[in-house]
Design a protein around this ligand. Structure first.
Ligand SMILES: *[C@@H]1O[C@H](CO)[C@@H](O)[C@H](O)[C@H]1NC(C)=O
Length: 308
């Protein structure tokens, strides 16, 4: 675990660490002459949004649409600087404004000067219903991707990546939630995989929709060789990181996902290799000076806020 604080910016040098296709998976690969076909070599960066106004007030936020604080904006800039040397071809966010803000602010730091464009209707162009103006805006964004005289990067916002809905807990702080429902019950809702708070989702519900979307929509893009930037939420990233790393339910519950810290992977068409997984660790004594800001600012957080 010496690689605790490897900078994401150096990940381009880590391509030799890509895991070879294991023999048992080769049989399902598309039949191609592998000696001439270029190997897929794409990058995936997962990032939680920067601090939101309800993170700051320590309220259960869930899928309530709360924007970033000033500190959250700075975290998004720092996270963006940490991944500025990766040329993203496609961006996925949740439908919530704090994820969209974080992605767009982070992209201002990119070395590649691509212009992000939010494409209405999401990746599949759903939402054909709606008023004529909405449909016109959606079509205009999609057309601009094809015709603009600059390099663009599409941003697809999908509710499958929204934060776990905490139902009736949303808007309460921990003390108010405990006063209303009892400490044991609140702890069970927060710490178990498959219990739902009233009118909310279990972590399992969040896992099924977010990993399902990853499987159906994101991994195929990586397979096409596209670099993907995904900005979402604490519980969604818990699910995706656990899926990619094969973690148990308990390990998933224990994962603490820091704000605006990039988690980077290299993908070779079959396997994901972790490039920069930075779990908070008490024994992580790596000096923070000279670290990319996106990393140092989050490691400096004294107390981990698990009200996510
Ligand atoms: C995602 O795909 C993997 C195989 O790559 C499969 O094992 C898993 O069940 C899928 N998960 C969901 C939630 O669709």
């Amino acid at each position: 675990m010496a690689a605790c604080c490897v900078s994401v910016a150096v990940m381009a040098n880590l391509s030799s660490s890509v895991v070879a296709v294991p023999p048992d998976k080769q049989s399902v690969a598309v039949r191609k002459d592998s000696s001439t076909a270029p190997a897929v070599q794409s990058k995936l960066v997962l990032m939680r949004h920067g601090e939101s106004m309800w993170n700051d007030l320590k309220l259960f936020t869930g899928d309530v649409d709360i924007p970033l604080t000033e500190k959250g904006v700075e975290e998004a800039l720092a996270g963006g600087r940490a991944v500025s040397e990766i040329d993203f071809d496609i961006i996925f966010t949740s439908r919530l404004v704090r994820a969209k803000q974080t992605a767009l602010i982070a992209m201002t730091q990119s070395k590649f000067k691509r212009v992000p464009v939010l494409v209405r209707g999401g990746f599949y162009g759903k939402g054909k219903t709606g008023d004529a103006n909405r449909i016109r805006l959606r079509d205009a964004a999609a057309k601009a991707l094809e015709t603009a005289a600059c390099r663009m990067v599409p941003v697809y916002a999908d509710p499958a990546l929204n934060e776990r809905c905490y139902g009736d807990l949303q808007g309460l702080n921990k003390a108010a939630a405990i006063a209303e429902f009892g400490e044991e019950t609140v702890t069970r809702w927060r710490r178990s995989y498959d219990t739902r708070p009233p009118n909310g989702e279990s972590l399992q519900d969040t896992y099924v929709r977010s990993v399902g979307f990853f499987n159906s929509t994101i991994e195929p893009r990586l397979k096409e060789g596209h670099n993907v930037f995904l900005v979402a939420h604490g519980n969604v990233l818990r699910c995706l990181i656990s899926h990619l790393g094969g973690y148990s339910d308990l390990e998933m519950l224990r994962l603490q996902i820091l704000t605006a810290l990039p988690y980077a992977y290299l993908y070779n068409g079959n396997e994901f290799a972790e490039c920069c997984i930075l779990p908070p660790r008490d024994d992580c004594n790596i000096p923070l000076i000279n670290m990319p800001l996106g990393v140092s600012s989050v490691l400096k957080k004294a107390e981990l806020d698990s009200l996510i």
